[in-house]
Design a binder for this molecule. Structure first.
Ligand code: NAP
Length: 226
């Protein structure tokens, strides 16, 4: 049976992936920094899906900065898992970037740049791995109602719940290599990229206003990770 390794699986988007991939019949390896939270997610999945085999891997790592958390961990895990996938001539890698990694990300400079790395790394890897039968996908969310942007429980038309976002993401597997997945985010990403091409100054101004309106002003430090 296929196994899904899910990082950041104790909350938000990662937890929603773990739940939904388990419901699709995959066995799950949950990776996270908090053993008690991992146990909680594992118990929840096992209770709902008794036939699903769930393992927890406490990473033992609390990443103190954005670059290690968003870039190094992803690149290291990819290097770890890729040889086995190449050997089997099948596999799927889904990396979560952000719309902040495209266009401008004022007040979130390091975060935006780290997500640009995730997107570029993932898209290049997708091209590299296609002939090995491995599907690689770059997911670029805008705001999702989770703890990270301070929007837990505050879903709306443009801010889906993590569960709704992951339904859209899973539906896009094998269809789109690079996608914002959720319909509203796709529209936003499309127009951001078109406007960024033709009128970068306008995008810079609009992005600053949009981030301000959502009340999320991240600095270049690691505040967003805490
Ligand atoms: N939510 C959004 O609006 C949004 C938008 C664009 C992109 N994204 C991206 O989507 C991914 C998931 O975000 P989310 O919204 O689901 O966030 P979340 O609900 O806050 O969950 C984040 C997960 O990452 C773990 N984590 C957080 N900081 C960590 C650190 N310093 N070291 C190790 N593990 C850490 C958390 O562990 P604990 O449970 O132990 O805290 C949790 O499992 C992230 O890559 C984020 O950049 C999110």
């Amino acid at each position: 049976m296929s196994v899904a390794v899910v990082t950041g699986a104790t909350d938000g988007i990662g937890k929603a992936y773990a739940r939904q991939l388990a419901a699709l019949g995959l066995n799950i390896v949950l990776v996270g920094r908090s053993p008690s939270k991992l146990q909680q997610v594992s118990d929840e999945i096992s209770m709902k899906l008794p036939t699903c085999s769930v393992a927890e891997v406490p990473s033992g790592e609390h990443f103190g900065d954005i670059i290690n958390c968003n870039i190094m961990s992803m690149a290291r895990l990819t290097n770890l898992l890729l040889p086995a996938m190449r050997g089997k001539k099948r596999g799927l890698i889904v990396n979560i970037g952000s719309v902040a990694g495209t266009g401008f990300a004022p007040m979130r400079t390091t975060y935006g740049a780290s997500k640009a790395f995730v997107d570029k790394f993932t898209c290049d890897l997708a091209a590299e791995c296609r002939s090995d039968g491995i599907v690689v996908q770059s997911i670029l969310p805008c705001y999702v109602a989770t703890k990270l942007p301070g929007l837990s429980g505050k879903s709306s038309l443009d801010v889906p719940t993590a569960e709704a976002y992951v339904v859209a993401s899973i539906n896009s597997i094998g269809v789109e290599t690079r996608t914002a997945a959720y319909w509203f985010h796709k529209i936003l990403l499309y127009w951001t990229e078109v406007l960024y091409f033709f009128a970068p100054s306008l995008v810079q101004r609009l992005t600053t206003q949009f981030i301000g309106r959502k009340g999320m002003m991240m600095t270049t430090t690691n505040n967003s990770l805490e």
